[in-house]
Design a protein around this ligand. Sequence first.
Ligand code: GRF
Length: 204
Amino acid sequence: MSHPIAVFVSGTGRHLENFVRLAQQGALDTQVVLVLCDRHGAGAIERARKFGLRPLTLLPSEYEDTAAFSRAAFEAAQEAGAQTVLLAGFLRLLHIPTSWTNRVLNIHPSLLPAFGGKGYYGSRVHKAVLERGCTLSGCTVHYVDQEYDHGRILVQRTVPVRASDTPDDLAARVFDEELVAFPEALRLHMDSRSADTATERGGA
Ligand code: GRF
């Protein structure tokens, strides 16, 4: 059976599209069972509909606090039957329920732990990399814990930084690698979960 994933989005949904296409092509043994968006009007909503998905919008302002919003988000993932949650351009800090430990993956457009944490998102990351004079940048896929951009790293891919780069140039070069890194990380994650299940069966 394909591995059921929930994709949480706030932005344009390019990663969401990549996952849907790879699944359709049989290049990734997954199925998107939930798209959850935290704001009205995000490009990801239209993009999801284009693929016949019906995104769920949950607005943080309608919840008492981050903990209540997180509970609702993970309940929705659970109800949809997701085994893994992907934060694909999802900008909000979540409280990860214990039952979801090592089952939530995030992609970040820098080589963590550099240029990560609160305030480092979108073009701010690339601007900071250029200002610092880095000659290398890249992207990181990691497990999500209770801190921004902090959990154990699954995959990193690097790109050169050129002297003439604008933040947009660098973002585009990094994004090309993100499209490879995120599916690669999900594959590693799925493989490790199947290995865990096999060990549990063997040990029983
Ligand atoms: C990517 O740069 C990713 O690293 C960041 O959000 C961007 C993707 O957004 N976390 P989207 O998939 O186009 O919505």
